[in-house]
Design a protein. Structure first.
Length: 665
């Protein structure tokens, strides 16, 4: 590969690269980016009505909710949502295909996407994952046909991330063979529950199970909350009302006062209560049982990660198209004004997040394939390999945190890059911003999820090094040990071969060098965190808790550093799979831009830890600028690779041209 010059930065505003680049087959790029579930995505493009993607920002809450339910019923008739379910209930046992459809809905109104996720992902998914045959036979066909609406009642006003401490109780009464569901205090009220305010008739309620005076931790039970549209006795239902976004979803609050449900209401795949109140479980340890139950529901995080990327792709498509049509300032008097995308500053604003969106999309595809494989095992009635399941859960947490944070930052950047036009509702950007903002907190707060990623990595580390002495730390410094860390991309073996091949020339555009730099950062961050954590935990309990809390900034950094490696590995492996030379060549440059921009952003760490010289740090900026200039001419092809039909972007009711008007202030 060609070395990047470390000469002083070129001054002035560069014109697009003069070299003619032969246009590639954008359809080939789209099919490649669609990944393993390309057929399902193509089916959505062909079958989804265009009015699914009409704007909804002008609708009031009542109308928006009605439109969302109507569109959901139409999806039920079109099909595709059932693919993640067992064949006995009309599904095809393809969880990845179901999530792919969810992601495609993300190109339109996010309320419809989330409403489908609540009904068929969270509610139906919990019945399937945590229930047994009698629950499946009675409920799943009705859930899939929308004959039964439901909700997923986990979060409480006082308990979000700390699910193990939920306050709602389910106390077993052996005399009547019923569970009594209670909300003991205001903090234990179920809150923000999608579907609870209006449509749900049945709730999967997560509560502390109590039998024989003994608590057995959080379990899920089926609790009817409405009959003929009215709350059932003992059930208090509230409406969360107008929200920042997603107003087509009827989020509500639930409280229970002595609500009785039969013993069979317990979703009992992992725990059973006999008629006399005897509690049994095939999983002996309460902690393991709790995490097994939650692990069965991790598909929600995979879905949110994918939905975040879909909404990001729409925002980038809008902003790049605007930048290809909007002109501002002439370089010489009386000359034609310059297109926004011909300015380096604008290229950096849009093309860097565009490159990262491609990187995250390939990592998401790998995540979905892993999910599909593991959930198929679960659908067969078997239990997935415990280690692979833990690694998958770590990766899902990291991807959800990374993709949703990227969406929030990128959509804001796109809004700003479109100026006043981006502030108008017709641009769709305000709605994208409002709808996706909550993605950073639901299905797990991003900060907490990054802590989970770091915990997974440290757990794998501790399994390899029983005592963190000098010898253990020396072993940790080797690549062989680091390659075993939890949540690594499935591309690990290929990437390890590339990094260890000796082809690392040290040039900025050398992929082996890029990956080695990210790996060095992760290795140092995780290794030093493990050492500090060990010291903190050796102190007395009260002091140890404070010492561990003082490491939280380091914990979050470890989670981010880990995910940076995972995403770069996934992109690298994807390029190696590309059969079309033009697609592969373009993606090589996109990957370079993603990784080098990341290294540029983190160059303070590399300089501080003497992993990079100041000359090399400056050269990074030159390299990023050069790549932006090169990819400026490919921007239209890159957004075309997202495969968003034209009518899905602008909406049929909007009077917005395919190329924005050149409106001068």
């Amino acid at each position: 590969m060609t070395a990047v010059s470390e000469s002083p930065r070129t001054t002035g505003i560069p014109a697009p690269a003069a070299e003619e680049v032969a246009p590639l087959d954008v359809d080939a790029l789209r099919r490649f980016l669609d990944g393993a579930f390309v057929a399902e995505r193509e089916a959505c493009r062909a079958e989804f009505p265009a009015d699914f993607f009409d704007p909804t920002d002008h609708l009031g809450t009542r109308e928006h909710r009605d439109v969302t339910v109507d569109r959901l019923r139409r999806i039920a008739r079109i099909g595709g949502h059932e693919k993640g379910y067992g064949r006995a209930w009309g599904g095809t046992e393809e969880p990845g295909a179901q999530v792919a459809q969810f992601e495609m809905l993300g190109f339109g109104d996010a309320s419809l996407m989330i409403k489908s996720g609540v009904q068929w992902g969270l509610f139906g998914g919990a019945v399937q994952a945590l229930g047994t045959e009698r629950h499946h036979a009675e409920l799943l066909p009705r859930i899939l046909r929308l004959e039964l609406f439901g909700c997923f009642a986990m979060t409480e006003s006082g308990h979000g991330s700390d699910v193990a401490s939920l306050g709602t109780t389910a106390t077993y009464d052996p005399v009547t063979e019923e569970f009594v569901i209670d909300t003991p205090d205001p903090a234990s009220r179920k809150d923000y529950i999608g579907g609870a305010a209006e449509s749900a008739e049945l709730a999967v309620v997560f509560a502390q199970l109590v039998t024989g005076g003994e608590r057995h931790g959080v379990h899920a039970l089926l609790v009817p909350i409405r009959e003929d549209g009215r709350p059932r006795p003992g059930v208090e239902i509230g409406d969360c009302g107008r929200k920042m976004g997603l107003n087509g979803v009827d989020n509500g609050r639930l409280s229970f006062d002595g609500v009785r449900v039969p013993r069979t209401a317990l979703l009992d795949r992992y725990a059973q209560v006999a008629a006399d109140g005897t509690y049994t479980s095939p999983i002996e340890k309460p902690t393991a049982r709790f995490f097994t139950m939650l692990g069965a529901l991790v598909k929600g995080r995979v879905s949110v990660s994918g939905g975040s990327l879909s909404q990001t792709k729409v925002a980038l498509s809008i902003a790049v198209r605007h930048a290809l049509g909007r002109r501002q300032f002439a370089r010489v008097p009386h000359a034609t004004e310059t297109l926004l995308l011909d300015y380096l500053s604008h290229q950096r604003r849009l093309l860097i997040p565009l490159a990262t969106t491609y990187a995250l999309s390939f990592a998401q595809d790998e995540l979905m394939q892993t999910m599909d494989e593991l959930l198929k095992v679960s659908l067969s009635g078997a239990e997935p390999d415990a280690r692979r399941q833990r690694e998958f859960e770590t990766l899902a947490a990291g991807m959800k945190a990374t993709s949703s944070a990227h969406a929030t930052a990128t959509i804001q950047t796109c809004r700003e890059a479109c100026g006043g036009a981006g502030y108008l509702a017709d641009s769709r950007l305000p709605q994208l911003k409002a709808d996706t903002d909550v993605f950073t907190t639901f299905e797990g707060d991003n900060v907490v999820l990054l802590q989970l990623v770091a915990k997974g990595v440290l757990t794998s580390f501790s399994q390899q090094v029983s005592a963190l002495d000098s010898l253990g730390m020396a072993r940790f410094a080797t690549r062989d040990l680091v390659s075993t860390l939890a949540g690594r991309s499935p591309a690990t073996s290929f990437v390890a071969e590339l990094v260890d091949s000796g082809r690392d020339s040290g040039e900025l555009r050398d992929r082996a060098w890029q990956l080695r730099m990210l790996e060095e950062r992760r290795r140092h961050v995780v290794g030093s965190l493990a050492k500090r954590m060990r010291k903190a935990r050796q102190q007395q309990e009260q002091t140890a808790l404070a010492a561990v809390d003082a490491l939280q900034d380091h914990v979050i950094l470890a989670g981010r550093a880990h995910m940076d490696v995972v995403v770069a590995e996934a992109f690298t492996a994807a390029i190696a799979r590309a059969e079309d030379p033009a697609v592969a060549a373009l993606l090589q440059e996109v990957c370079d831009l993603h990784v080098l921009a990341l290294l540029e952003r983190e160059k303070g760490w590399f300089l501080e830890h003497r992993r990079m010289t100041t000359v090399r740090a400056k050269a990074l900026t030159h390299a990023v600028n050069d790549l932006c200039r090169t990819l400026r001419g490919r921007a239209e092809e890159l957004i075309g690779g997202f495969g968003i039909p034209e009518e899905w972007i602008v909406g049929r009711t909007l009077d917005v041209p395919s190329r924005p008007l050149d409106v001068r202030p």
